[in-house]
Each structure stands twice: as C-alpha cells, then as structure tokens.
Design a protein around this ligand. Sequence first.
Ligand code: GLA
Length: 557
Amino acid sequence: MTYRYMTNNRMNLKKAAFPAVFLVASLCWSQQHAVPDASVPPPPMGWSSWNSFSNRIDSQIAVAQAKAMIDSGMARHGYQYINIDEGWWLGARDEAGNIVVDKKQWPALTPDEQPGDMSNIVKYIHSLGLKAGIYTDAGESGCSFYGPDLGPPMRHTGSEGHYEQDFLQFAKWGFDYVKVDWCGGNSENLDPALQYAEIARAIKKAEQITGHTLYFSICNWGKDSPWTWGPGIRGVTADIWRTSGDIVAPIVADSPNSGRRASYTGMLGNFDKGIHPEAQHTGFYNDPDMMVLGMPGLTDAQNRVHMMLWAISGAPLIVGADLTKLDPQTLAMLTNKEVLAVDQDPLGLQAIKIAGGDSSAEIWVKKLAGTTKDTGRRAVLLLNRSKNDLPATISWSEIGLKAGTADVHDAWTSKDLGQHINSYQTTVAGGDAVMLIIDGDETWEGPYRAVEISGKEFKDGTNKSAWRLSDVKSASNNTWLRIAYSNPGAEADLMELRINGERQSIISFPPTGTADKKAVTVEVRLKGGNAANEVVFSPAEPEQTTLDRAYIISIKQ
Ligand code: GLA
C-alpha cells in the first residue's frame, strides 16, 4: 500500500477540466487556481511470469527477464517490476509455519547466499535498479491446487491462517509488490471485502515492522466489485484490483500448452470490464489484467490497439510476454513515449466513453494533468471495433473544452495534426484505433457555489455526518470533480462517495505532506441531461463520525 507522492508534474502537461459540473478548489475563482494539482502515484509498470511461464517460474527465468528489462531499454521507459506469480512456492512450511521454498528452484546467486532464500532473487532484481513482486492466495490453497496449469495440484499454497506471518516474510525478503489471488478464497466462499481488508491490515503491519512498502494488488477477477471497496477497506487500502478474469491462459513455449493463442476479443472484453472511472483516483487503479501484447495470437494492429486501450484507461502495464524474445516492433509499441505518458498521467484518471459505436468510431476521453491556467488537455482514443473504416468527429464541447481553436496531435505517431476550430474529424481504419492529444481552453463559466467542510462540522446543510450537494446538474453522465484539501497526517483520509443514494466508491485523500492544499480530481457517474443529482461525501467507516482534516470544496455549475 503506497502513497509515493510525486512532487513535480512529471509529464509537464497542461491543466485540464470537464463539462458542466466541477468541484473546485476554493471559495472563489482566483483562489481556486492557486491550488495546484496533486501528482498521484502512477499505475505500476513491469512484467509478470504467469502468461508466458505458467507455474514453471524459477530463479533462472526471473534473472533472465530482469536482465532483458534492462537490456531492451524498457526500464528506461519506466518498466520496473519483475513479478513472480504462481509456482514459486509449492506449499511447504516449517514447524513454525514459515514458508519453505525449493532450494534448486531458488538457489544461491552469490557465494555468500544460502539456497532456498527468496531474498537472493530480490537482491539480484534490486541490484539492477528494478523492483520485485511476489504472489500468494487469500485462501488456504491457491490456484495451483484448484486449477493447476502445468504440473500436479499443490495443496496449502495460500496464506490463509498465516496472513501476518507471510506478508511480514515477503517484506523481510525485500519484495516491493504482492499480488493476492482468490482461487482459495472463492472455493471457501470467503467474503472478498472482509478477507482483503484483513490482508491489507497484515500488509500494513508488515510495513510498520520492516519500514518496507508492499504495493498491494488484489486479484479476485472483479468478484463483489472491488472497485467499490478497494481504495479503502476498513481504513486500509489496496493499490490496484483486477476487474475481470484472465485474458489468456498461459502460453508456455516447449510445453503442452504452447499452441494456445491470445484472443483479441478477450482483450477487448477485459478493457470493457475494467472501466470504473469513479474508483480510479489518487493512485488507485482498475486492473484489466496483464497485457498479452507480444504473445502469440494478436496481429500488429491488434497489439497497437491493446497498448492504446491500456494507456487510455490508465491501467497497470504489466507485460506478460517473454521479454527475452520481444521483436523490435513489439518493443517499440511497449515503449511508445507519448502513449506511456497518457497511461502514467499524474492525475491518474481513467477514460470515459462519450460517443460512437455503430456508424462512427467510439470516442473515449481521458483528462490529463496540466500546468497552465485555463488550458485543457485531453487524451482521446478513437476505437473502431468493426471491419469497415468509420468516421469520428470530436467536438470540443463534448470533451469539456471551450469553442475555438485547439491543437490536435497524434500520440501514437507523434505527429502534429494542426489547429482545429470547435471540432476534429477523421476516419479510423477497420479494427484499428487512433490516439490523439487535444490541447484547448477549459470550460470555466458560470457562478460558483461554495461549500466548506472543516473540522467536525459540515457547514453545508444540516447533516453533520455527511457533506451533501443537492441539485448537481451535468449535461453528460460522467463528470469530473476537483477537490482541494490538505492532509498533513501520515495516513490517507477515506470518504465514501454516494450519488443519488447509491454508493459509488471510496475516495482516498492521500497525505499532502504539509498543511498546504492540493487538488485531486475524481470522476463520478450522474444522471445526465441536466437532471438534479445529489452528491454526498461521508466518512468511509461507520465508526468514523468526524473528519480530522479541513476540506474546502466549492462547486461550479
Ligand atoms: C489466476 C490469476 C492469474 C494468475 C493465475 C495463477 O488465474 O487471475 O493472473 O495469477 O491465477 O494461477
């Protein structure tokens, strides 16, 4: 669980906003612009062993992949995690319940190391400047017992009954990332929100004891909608959560399953199931699964679309292909600078679909961070799922920009497409996609209604246990809210977001470091068409009846 705060705007992009409704920083127009955007932790980038090695992962493979991440140049582009998935542990424990691993699978890598010690591989990965990830299951036995891919079923390959012990062990070995699967949890009919909360607490405890941070990846394939509780489970947080099943079963060279193929339709399905923009904010991410880009099955055009889809949704970029065998074309796609910048944008938002589908290409828009007052920057993905070429027209009003001139740029080819007035029109080839960056002026018009939340009492209205805004109107169903707050504490403040009585997600307000205010942006789903909506923020935990920090929020409508 992490709040690695970036102090600078890494991508140096321009400032942005959205149509119709806007929660902004302060009590008046001029103050609102004084509050800078917080830079939130970007989605993780790395590699995972599962898709190309199944449960045959061992030290040699991890070493080779880590080397390839450096030698290919991927690390220079931000890829950093080497994630060891299922198969690293065969379920053995010693008398004290400590995990015991196979000494041949995890040998000593230097003369002063002992075989069978997972910190050997971690040290090696760290020596290259990379980070190391590990894997377990929330249940007593993991997927290698319930559905082994290669090899015999392995019982007791989960952490249930040993949460504190195992996560402490992972942190002590030096791992930086842990993925927690759900095969055991599922078979035992456990409650995901409760179980992952317990795991989050065990992780937090391990972090407190060791001073070492573990990035927490929930993998329960979207069961019980983890996007509604992942950002704050009982006061503790996960970083990312899977939103669907696996895109592909592992394709392992020289194995009985080498003939499997990644499916383009499967990849598109995972993209669609991963869209929960209300939950993706302040460093928390929906995870549509490891990428299949570069694995057998997808054409070049399909790989290109895959890369653009993961980037526009701000998804974790965890590559599943064998990094030692990437061809130059695949490598170029995985390291496309401008497309990576869209994925890693410091606002950490997801795309929303605003138009298209049948006779025109789908239009997906992601608000990007900016630096300049009143300039709006958007990433726009035009997706054509059909076989035929389709037209697409993006009007500035639909993406929250003022009428007038805006610059249009092709992010994939890095080509300027010139200045355009009010809209941009193009054609998208069948089965392909286009990613644009559009720079224009924010729509900042209309009066402000100021709402202040401060200390114990909510000053807007009578309800002291919730911050409520009624009569919020928006032309479109999705709206961006901008909230300024300060949180000088060490922990995130967690607030539940309800819209029209329905819980949408937990919004996490990470520490700001000082008492100075920072602004975060979140996406919400409303009734569009300028219907009245009620937006309520309340403390995330029932027992938490007051807010510790001061929030000053105003709304523009
Ligand atoms: C599940 C997960 C995969 C992978 C396998 C390992 O299917 O969703 O990502 O970790 O388990 O068995």
